[in-house]
Design a protein around this ligand. Structure first.
Ligand code: NAD
Ligand code: UFG
Length: 337
């Protein structure tokens, strides 16, 4: 029997590339669409080496409905996992139009074609950013969402709203916490272009000697060690969550047309916890200093995962040590190229 074809928008990106491999392993045929605005064609080599063949890759823009029409028809797309979006919070404040055009425009053209073709199942990349600074941690899926701090965050809230309004669509809305790490083989990982904004690529580049020192953004927060707390999740666990969620859609197991899940570990770690754990598992010092707070940072957020654990039957398999070991292995691999 032919493998069901799944359109993966943003398929050469960090989360998309790992998900493509997991889809293949689970018996699906990923059809990868990416315009390479924040990724590199070399990711396809890594994906291909893990899959044992080169999957279909189309270099193109998800904002182009004609292209999507052609893809849905030629590849008999059964469902879509929609990763393609811009994701840099700071850049979104400087260039909001770019974010609204790409993140909302991409979703709109995808929905247009899904509606036309009747292929109405989609897994959507949302974010814990929709919770803003929570009043209580851990956050559940029914914790209040707060006014978005950035245009990026606004595109995730609006994306959820738009999808909720599409009465004809079957939607799994996954709110990711902080994905880090890489495939354990180091064949694929995160390839930030330019100076990284996120903690882990900055940290690994510092240890590799590419950056001088990691600045810890704020050491005087009201947390046990004064630094911010996040729910870091291994990108392989996150990728596997997409497969479980997709299966639920394809097998018509969803209880509601629009379902939301927190995708995290349920554990919060501070920035200093991350540094200390990295040093312990990799046996290398992380040059760092405590600096100023970063504007817009949430103090602490981590997931209540009871809903995803019980309803999807999914939970994370990997801990912070695995994440930081794999992140370092990946950094070493890209540094050696
Ligand atoms: P990424 O930038 O590595 O991957 C996104 C991919 O989409 C890139 O390869 C980029 O080239 C592509 N893309 C962007 N716009 C496109 C367009 N118009 N047409 C075709 N391709 C396009 O990011 P990621 O970390 O893999 O994130 C994937 C999704 O998950 C995004 O929607 C992001 O907002 C969301 N998310 C990410 C995080 C995180 O911390 N990484 C957290 C929460 C949510
Ligand atoms: N941090 C530092 N130094 C750095 C970079 C980050 O101390 O050089 C700290 C931050 O202050 C924060 C923590 O490390 O406390 C994590 O920061 P990241 O930038 O890695 O991640 P964020 O939690 O700020 O945001 C990420 C994504 C967003 C997404 C959000 C929730 O960048 O796109 O997770 O999913 F919306």
């Amino acid at each position: 029997m032919a493998r069901p074809s799944i359109l993966v928008t943003g398929g050469l990106g960090f989360i998309g590339s790992h998900t493509a491999v997991c889809l293949h392993e689970a018996g699906y045929e990923p059809i990868l669409l990416d315009n390479l605005s924040n990724s590199n064609r070399s990711a396809l080599d890594g994906i291909s080496s893990l899959m044992g063949y080169t999957p279909t890759f189309i270099e193109g823009d998800v904002c182009d409905p004609d292209l999507l029409r052609r893809l849905f028809e030629e590849h008999n797309i059964e469902a879509t996992i929609h990763f393609a979006a811009f994701k840099a919070v700071g850049e979104s404040i400087a260039e909001p139009l770019k974010y609204y055009q790409n993140n909302m425009g991409g979703l709109m053209s995808l929905l247009e074609v899904m509606k036309e073709t009747g292929k109405n199942k989609v897994v959507f990349s949302s974010s814990c950013t929709v919770y803003g600074e929570p009043d209580q941690v851990p956050v559940t899926e029914s914790s209040p969402t707060k006014e978005a701090e950035s245009p990026y965050g606004a595109t995730k809230q609006m994306g959820e709203r738009v999808l909720r309004d599409m009465q004809w669509a079957e939607v799994q809305c996954l709110r990711y916490f902080n994905p880090i790490g890489a495939h354990p083989s180091a064949a694929i990982g995160e390839l930030p272009l330019g100076v990284p904004n996120n903690l882990i690529p900055y940290l690994t580049q510092t240890v590799a000697g590419i950056r001088q020192e990691l600045t810890v953004f704020g050491g005087d927060y009201d947390t046990p060690d004064g630094t911010c707390i996040r729910d870091y999740i291994h990108v392989m666990d996150l990728a596997e969550a997409h497969v479980v969620s997709l299966k639920r859609l394809l097998e018509n197991q969803a209880q509601e047309r629009f379902e939301v899940f927190n995708i995290g570990t349920g554990d919060g770690y501070s920035v200093l916890d991350v540094i200390n754990t990295f040093e312990k598992v990799n046996g290398l010092p992380v040059p760092h200093r405590i600096g100023e707070r970063r504007d817009g940072d949430v103090i602490q957020v981590w997931a209540d995962t009871s809903r995803v654990n019980s309803v999807l039957g999914w939970k994370t398999q990997r801990g912070l040590e695995d994440m930081l070991r794999d992140a370092w292995r990946w950094q070493q691999r890209i540094a050696s190229q």
